[in-house]
Design a protein. Structure first.
Length: 406
């Protein structure tokens, strides 16, 4: 019998005090009209700074920004060897599940793909895609934003960067959804296996012929003083695949929902381009996505709590940006919030996401190109956005409407 992921509930370990045990399923936090981040914020406000839940295989959850940052920057005691709860097995070594120095050497492989020249090209691709999509959508006066825009614009850019067929987009999105948010551990494992086999086929092709795309560049790169291994190449491309198919698309969706509900924010973004950079950081802070995990490498006492080697800790990056000990009125989007605007949406320390710069540019492209054609829009009456909390907060459905006479 395949249990739902949340229903995998082992006994509470002996070192965990009953006073720190809560019945919390981090994949089911949204209540009523909350968005994903509000669900996490409510958890932060009502739970201890660090607590244990039996759900999802049994693990700790850290809720406060200071502890999140400390854990993210201490890869010696809090390893990346497991970053999902519960862990999903994969035979391929992925950079996101490595610690320095191996992580550092592999990270250098992908960074040239995000240099200044490459980013300019990718931004131009995103802008061209956005203009084409909005030109088709705008005259209709309505759309389902996720399937028609946020799951198209950034993913077209990603597939072009990787050298993968654009007509594989929907198939890959479906498989990534299962791998990341399948109902059972068996489903997630099967989804990861499918993604691995798909990537392996393309890596095999690129190893035989040098092409301009990122898969080929990775396959023919060096790690330090040696050639990258076949296994490392496949693992790197799986990691990029899962991140590229989900992350920016979800962030753009959450921002579209916010703008649909706040006409004054739309007006300011249209009329005052000088605020764009800080406004994007503020929108990212408010709508954090990633909720990774860490593996405890040694027995220790951490802020008065006994941890044991092998414990897993959920580290909700979004809660750093929502912590009222760091930010005043954290649920409010304030385009005049003092800079720098601190958040952990792309992580901290050595594992900070290398794609963060590209993500910011794609968000800017969306805001500029969408508002140029559809300056005023709203959530369609009678509809409710569909959102989830999981390893990655996501917006899965958003119906928008607008006056075509505008």
């Amino acid at each position: 019998m395949n249990l739902a992921v949340a229903d995998i509930r082992p006994a509470v370990p002996a070192h965990v005090p009953e006073t720190l045990v809560r019945d919390v399923d981090y994949t089911d936090l949204i209540r009523g009209d909350e968005d994903s981040q509000e669900g996490w914020w409510r958890l932060q406000q009502t739970m201890p700074d660090l607590f244990w839940t039996r759900r999802n295989g049994g693990h700790w959850i850290v809720t406060r920004g200071a502890l999140i940052e400390e854990i993210q920057q201490d890869h010696t005691r809090f390893s990346h060897r497991e970053v999902r709860i519960p862990p999903v097995p994969s035979p391929w070594p992925m950079m996101i599940k490595m610690d320095p120095p191996r992580h550092t050497d592999l990270r250098k492989v992908v960074m040239p793909a995000l240099n200044k020249t490459a980013l300019k090209h990718l931004e131009d691709e995103a802008r061209a895609a956005a203009r084409e999509i909005v030109a088709k959508i705008a005259p209709r006066g309505k759309c389902e934003f996720v399937s028609e825009f946020s799951n198209v614009m950034p993913i077209v850019v990603f597939l072009n960067m990787m050298g993968l067929p654009l007509d594989h987009r929907e198939m890959l999105l479906e498989r990534a959804e299962v791998a990341l948010r399948g109902a059972t551990l068996e489903a997630r494992t099967a989804g990861m296996a499918w993604i691995g086999n798909y990537v392996k086929e393309w890596v095999d092709r690129r190893r035989d012929a040098v092409t301009p795309d990122l898969i080929s560049k990775i396959a023919h790169s060096d790690v330090g003083a040696r050639p990258i291994t076949y296994e490392e190449t496949v693992g790197m491309c799986i990691m990029l695949m899962l991140g590229g198919l989900d992350t920016v698309a979800s962030m753009v969706g959450f921002i579209a929902r916010y703008l649909a509900m706040h006409p004054e924010a739309r007006r300011r973004l249209r009329e005052d381009p000088a605020i764009m950079q800080s406004a994007i950081e503020e929108l990212i802070r408010r709508h954090g996505l990633s909720n990774t995990a860490r593996y405890v490498t040694q027995d220790m006492e951490f802020h008065g709590v006994r941890l044991r080697e092998g414990d897993l800790i959920a580290v909700p990056n979004c809660l750093f940006g929502l912590d009222d000990r760091i930010h005043a009125n954290p649920l409010e989007v304030d385009f005049d919030r003092p800079t720098p605007i601190r958040h952990a949406a792309f992580g901290n320390g050595v594992h900070i996401c290398p794609g963060g710069i590209l993500a910011r540019r794609e968000i800017r492209v969306f805001i500029e190109e969408w508002l140029a054609c559809v300056p005023d829009f709203a959530i369609a009456p009678g509809t409710h956005p569909k959102m989830v909390t999981d390893g990655l907060n996501a917006l899965e459905e958003l119906h928008l409407v607008w006056d075509v006479a505008q």
